[in-house]
Design a protein around this ligand. Sequence first.
Ligand SMILES: Cc1cc2nc3c(=O)[nH]c(=O)nc-3n(C[C@H](O)[C@H](O)[C@H](O)COP(=O)(O)O)c2cc1C
Length: 391
Amino acid sequence: MNIDDCINLDDLRKLAKRRLPKVIYDFLEGGCDDENGLDRNEDAFRRRPLMPRYMVDVVERDQTTTLFGQEYSAPFGIAPTGGIANYRWGGDLMLAAAAREANIPFVMSGAATASMEDLARVAPDHGWYQLYVAKDKAISHDMIRRAADLGLRALVVTCDVPVGGNRERNRRNGFGRPLKLSFASKLDALRRPLWFKDYLRHGISNLPNWAPYTTAGASAEDVATFVAQQTRASLTWEDIARFRELWPRHLVIKGIMRTDDALRAADAGVDGIIVSNHGARQLDRAPASIDVLPAIVDAVGDRMTVMLDSGIRRGSDVITALALGARFVFLGRSTLYGAVAGGQVGAAKAVSILRNEVDLVMGQIGISTLDQLGPDFVEWDPEALRRNHPR
Ligand SMILES: Cc1cc2nc3c(=O)[nH]c(=O)nc-3n(C[C@H](O)[C@H](O)[C@H](O)COP(=O)(O)O)c2cc1C
C-alpha cells in the first residue's frame, strides 16, 4: 500500500505504522494508564448517530469556515504535536506547508522540532503557536513576544499537562527524551530502513524554540532536560491574565474540560477554548471531549469560540462536533500519520480525505453549509422535529 491507495485516515495510520519502529509508533498512538481513554474518545463519536434530512437541494456544498476573522477551507485544523522530527525528519514544516496549501490552520507545538521563525516563513497566514508554560516566566513571556513579532495568528496555551501522563507503553519500550534507542529498538529499526536512514543521518532532534534560553552550544540532550525541568505544574490563572496583556491577537486555552474552567476562561478575556483531553494521553479517566462539549457550549458559547479535539477519525465525527456546538475541530494523530507515511503529500492526503468525508456527510444529512447544523442532527427529540415542520 502507498499513499495513493489510502482511502481513509486509518489506512494512513497503517502505512505510518509500517514505517516506524515500535518504540516510535507506540509513542504516537499510545494513551496512558490502561488506555481506556483511547476507546472512549472514539466510541463517544460512534455511539452518536446522525439524523439525515432528505429532499433538500444539496447539489452545491460549501464547508468554508470563518474562525477568528479568517476564512478557512474546512472546519478543521492541525493540532500541536511535539517531537515530530523523531517520527518524520522535517515533519513540522511538512505539516505546516500542507496546512498552508489546504488553507487550514496549523498549530506548532510547544515541543516542536522546528522553530517558530521557520513556521512564520513557511506558513505566515496559517501558523499558530502552542505554548508550554515555563517555570521561569521570563521564558514564556519572551516566547510570546517572539510569536507576536513573527505575526503568528493565534496563541494556544495548553493547560492539561500539569504533570506528564503515565505513558506505560513508553516506559516498557524504554522511550526517553531526547530519543535514545535501546539495543532491541535498534534491531527493530533495522526493519524500518526509511525511518532508520533519517535517524542515522540526522540523529536526535532538537527543540529549537527553547534553545535560546539554554547555554550556547547546549546539546539536544541538554535542551530536552532543560525543557522537562521547566514545563511542569506551574501554569495558573495569573499567567493567563498576564498572557492576555502580552498577546495581541487571538488567545486560546487548550485542554479545558469543565464548565467552571470555561467560564473562568471567558472572564479572563480569552478568545477561545479547545475542549480536549489531549487525545487521551494525560488523564485516562477524563471524559471524552465530545461528551462534555454541549454543557460547555451552553455555558460560554455566546462569549467565546468553543473548539474541540480528541478522537476525530471521520468526517462524520467533525460534523457531530459542529452539530453539538463546536465552531472548529483539530486533528492530532491523523494528520501526523499522513506526514509520517508520506511527508507533505501524506499530510495533504489526510486533509483531503477528511474534507471529502465532511462534504459527503453534508450531502447525506441534507445541509449545504455548516451553519445549517444544529443539535437536531445528533440529539433528536421527536417532539422538536415535529415542531421543525413548517406549516
Ligand atoms: C504524538 C502526539 C504529540 C502531542 N504533543 C502535543 C503537544 O506538544 N502539545 C499539545 O498541546 N498537545 C499535544 N498533543 C495532543 C494533540 O494536540 C491533540 O490534543 C490530540 O492528539 C487530539 O486527539 P487525536 O490524536 O485523537 O486527534 C499530542 C498528541 C500526540 C498524538
